[in-house]
Write a protein that binds this ligand. Structure first.
Ligand code: PLP
Length: 434
């Protein structure tokens, strides 16, 4: 469920008319709904009510500091993957005491920054990393809390570029070596073994892989509790969102019209399936959702620049491009595209919706059916809150898009559109060329 719907003919976010945002701040602009993010957090938290849980928002999905502050206010910690992300949390006025630090390549400087700021735990991915964390902790005179990321070898049945839990992936330690890795970690004087972690992939749309992975790792977690006194089990992120019927899925009626067997994954179903498997462990349960928290809470607004009528094909050239929203080019992913002004009197047509970048890959949709629109009209890409702005680049010397946060009937600019001067601020021409 989310808070984007047509109010009459106007696409709105909460009580804001999105065309007002487009006119005021221009396009391309990302717009996020504060209420949708709060709902997502609360529904997942309630889905596992009765367990001691900590949601660590995987901020690589969208790391704008306003969103981080919103989640911190709700009680979330963060799943961090770099020193830059630690600094973002601090810049948001939050702390990292409920946060976990993941990733396969943590540097000494990043480990030091995390320890100095009281990180909840490191999620380690290799033995050399444990040795390095031990070394840095020793220099600071502290004990570093860690959990080892176990690769449970479960097929998440998702896109190859976002599956992580199979043995051929670079992530985690294979399940069969996990006991040995813990035994090795226990020998380091500055390491405190605090938990166990797994994360099997992203955009999972069924419960089965989650259930399989938890069922597989839970007995091992119980063993670690016995042996090392661990106090938490992180079950990772990966909860999928709706891309295909994105707009419709904002309404409760759409959900209730679906037979149970066809209903997409909900946080309630996720909690109901996993809680009974997790409760007997008596451990704190850490979750690391990224996409689920923000994906359906954001849209990308764009303006139609040209309607180019090719031979038997229409091209809608819009002012957003693959540098703003990389997912279609990178993962062939689908985003629903709808007009900000709906006019049911107009005919529908088929069009390829493309950006201005000089790459054939700069195509958001092929032969998409939508209401006929032309130059100067606005469109919205739905389900754009996750891995949208955070993956944006400046390819073709395009400025990074603006970001806006809606809250009820109000909206605030939370990231001003980049300027050309900002883009080239660090570039210089060396003396030998002058
Ligand atoms: C990326 C990532 C997540 C979040 O994944 P989503 O699919 O966005 O929920 C969680 N945990 C780890 C370790 C990750 O790398």
């Amino acid at each position: 469920m989310h808070h984007f719907r047509y109010n009459g003919s106007n696409l709105s976010c909460e009580s804001v008319d999105l065309a007002d945002v487009a006119r005021l701040y221009g396009t391309p602009t990302y717009v996020y709904s504060a209420a949708t993010m709060a709902d997502n957090y609360t529904r997942l938290k309630n889905g596992l009510a009765g367990l001691d849980t900590q949601i660590c928002y995987a901020m690589k999905a969208n790391s704008n500091i306003a969103l981080l502050r919103h989640f911190a206010n709700l009680g979330a910690g963060f799943d961090l993957v770099s020193g830059g992300e630690i600094q973002r949390v601090l810049a948001a006025g939050a702390d990292i005491k409920s946060s976990v630090f993941a990733g396969v390549g943590k540097t000494e400087a990043e480990i030091k920054l995390a320890l100095e700021n009281g990180i909840f735990s490191f999620h380690v991915e290799s033995e050399p990393e444990i040795a390095r964390i031990n070394h840095v902790a020793g220099k600071l005179g502290v004990k570093a809390p860690i959990a080892i990321r176990i690769n449970p070898d479960v097929d998440a049945k998702t896109h190859a570029k976002i599956t992580t839990g199979k043995s051929e992936n670079k992530f985690g330690i294979p399940f069969k070596y996990a006991a040995a890795a813990y035994a090795a970690a226990a020998k380091y004087p500055n390491i405190h073994i605090k938990g166990v972690q797994m994360h099997i992939g992203s955009q999972l749309t069924s419960l089965a892989p989650f259930v399989e992975a938890v069922t597989k790792v839970a007995p091992f977690a119980a063993e670690l509790k016995e042996k090392y006194g661990i106090d938490y089990f992180s079950i990772g992120g990966g909860i999928g969102i709706i891309y295909q019927d994105a707009l419709a899925s904002g309404s409760p009626e759409w959900w209730s019209s679906k037979p149970e067997a066809e209903r997409p994954l909900t946080p309630e179903a996720y909690g109901a399936a996993l809680s009974p498997l997790l409760a007997p462990l008596g451990l704190k349960i850490v979750m690391e959702p990224g996409r689920y928290m923000v994906g359906n809470a954001g849209v990308l607004l764009t303006r139609v620049e040209y309607l180019k009528r090719g031979e038997g094909r229409n091209f809608l050239v819009v002012d957003a491009a693959m540098n703003d929203l990389a997912r279609p080019a990178m993962y062939d992913s689908y985003h629903e595209i709808v007009p900000l002004r709906r006019d049911t009197g107009r005919p529908a047509f088929l069009a390829d919706i493309v950006g201005p970048i000089c790459e054939s890959g700069d195509c958001f949709a092929k032969q998409r059916q939508l209401q006929e629109v032309g130059e100067g009209e606005y469109l919205a890409f739905l389900s754009g809150g996750a891995y949208g702005f955070s993956m944006a680049s400046r390819y073709n010397t395009r400025n990074l898009a603006a970001e806006v946060l809606v809250h009820g009937g109000n909206f605030d600019l939370i990231n001003a559109r980049e300027t050309f001067a900002q883009q080239i601020a660090n570039e210089q021409i060396p003396a030998f060329l002058k």
